[in-house]
Design a protein around this ligand. Structure first.
Ligand code: FE
Length: 208
């Protein structure tokens, strides 16, 4: 069943910052968080939500849909019905996908949705998060850094440089996480991003 869902989802990925490997990492992080939390998580719902959460992401990046979370939930319902996923659980998967996005600022009401949101956010942190931020910047031809454009106080969904993106969005993630295991995993990843920025800016000024 989950192999079928995974294969269906793979048809939708087109960009290296949101590819099948992002989805696999989120899937593993979600299962790890669920394991550390112990009982009370519906793993069917969580696994399906992780595998399907970004099916509409590429469409949003390409300007084809406005909100990949809502559109992703719609596509997920179709796929889940097609592969014979338990009917009574489909809406709970769709809910996880609908509220997972960073920009929504929504605090999810179900445990599975909280875990998916945390797992997705953890993949923006650490070495992998930095790699994804620059991959995305390259895709949309955003400069690495521009000292004449300081980071904005509030993230408005778009950063002028990748370094600003790390300050405006990535370094804010640690304080938005829902679950204790995710907060623990975030610590080292957060620190690594800080160390990266420190070193990057020193090299930029020829100091290191
Ligand atoms: Fe994602």
């Amino acid at each position: 069943m989950f192999e079928a869902i995974r294969r269906e989802a793979e048809r939708y990925y087109r960009h290296s910052h949101h590819d099948r490997w992002h989805v696999e990492r989120v899937y593993r992080l979600a299962l790890r968080i669920a394991g550390e939390l112990g009982a009370g998580v519906d793993l069917d719902v969580l696994k399906a939500a992780a595998l399907l959460h970004d099916v509409a992401r590429a469409m949003e990046d390409e300007g084809l849909v406005e909100d990949h979370a809502r559109e992703g939930a719609r596509i997920a319902r179709e796929i889940l019905a097609r592969v014979g996923f338990p009917r009574e659980k489909i809406e709970r998967v769709a809910y996880c996908i609908e509220v997972h996005r960073f920009r929504s600022g929504v605090k999810p009401e179900t445990l599975e949705a909280q875990i998916l949101q945390d797992a997705d956010r953890l993949d923006m942190l650490g070495a992998v998060g930095i790699a994804r931020a620059f991959a995305r910047g390259g895709w949309s031809n955003v400069p690495l850094h521009d000292p004449s454009r300081p980071p904005k106080e509030r993230y408005d969904g778009r950063s002028e440089t990748v370094v600003n993106h790390l300050y405006e969005k990535v370094l804010k993630i640690r304080d938005t996480l829902n679950t204790e295991p995710a907060r623990r995993i975030a610590e080292r990843r957060h620190r690594f991003v800080e160390e990266f920025l420190e070193r990057f800016l020193r090299e930029w000024e020829a100091l290191d």
